[in-house]
Design a protein around this ligand. Structure first.
Ligand code: MG
Length: 231
């Protein structure tokens, strides 16, 4: 019996990269007005690359996208000679814009219907805020890599989800776009898996998901078939 559904967020419920790029440009403009030496020295992409540099040298915080962004901004400020730099204000500009996402059209109606039958939760490696995005009415709770202390496909976020849901892994279906983070991670945790493949990509190899869909509208039929099969 299926008790709960867990969803990835970025690239599963909305396209994330156009939103991140817009947020990076808005932050860059904000910095130009207050700390101009930073945007003179670093393009938006170079500021993003700083996050990856920090992640590579500090694996213990590599799962924490918020921490990486803040540390990258602070590093950029230091390297351009700003002693006084309000990293929290700067990050807030990015964070608000990063959460101004546009849901794929079928997302809200599908989640509203599913929430009548199952407990829904979100499991994200990113720092999306479902309250800012306006999905806190359909999700019972949200877990991020920051709270779990590790990113998918590592086990902690899936294990924490089971505890919070009061369900065994085999009673949970995880839905996501990433073959590694979502499908392999959830399958290793013992959950059933649905690969949301909106762009008709080829499966990269390894054990496939239990089901593959191109849009969330196909999810309900998959669940009905599984429930019928479970008897
Ligand atoms: Mg994703």
């Amino acid at each position: 019996m299926i008790k709960a559904l867990t969803f990835d967020l970025d690239d599963t419920l909305w396209d994330i990269w156009p939103v991140v790029e817009r947020a990076e440009v808005l932050l860059h403009d904000w910095l130009a007005a207050r700390y101009p030496r930073i945007p003179e020295r670093f393009t938006p992409l170079e500021l993003r690359d700083l996050c990856e540099e920090i992640a590579a040298t500090r694996p213990e915080i590599a799962h924490d996208r918020t921490r990486l962004r803040k540390d990258a901004l602070q590093l950029a400020a230091t390297r351009t000679g700003y002693v006084e730099f309000d990293v929290e204000d700067a990050f807030a500009v990015f964070f608000v814009a990063r959460n101004a996402v546009e849901l794929f059209a079928e997302v809200r109606p599908t989640l509203e219907r599913l929430a009548q039958r199952y407990t829904l939760a979100s499991l994200s490696n990113g720092n999306a805020d479902i309250r800012l995005i306006g999905l806190d009415d359909v999700f019972s709770f949200s877990l991020s890599a920051i709270e779990a202390g590790a990113a998918k496909p590592e086990p902690p976020m899936f294990e924490l989800a089971c505890r919070r849901l009061g369900a065994r892994p085999e009673q949970i279906v995880h839905i996501g776009d990433d073959p590694e983070h979502d499908v392999r991670g959830a399958a290793n945790a013992g959950m059933r898996t649905v690969w949301l493949n909106r762009n008709r990509r080829a499966w990269p190899g390894g054990p496939r998901a239990d089901a593959e869909i191109r849009s969330l509208t196909e999810l309900e039929a998959v669940l009905v078939a599984w429930e019928a099969g479970d008897g």
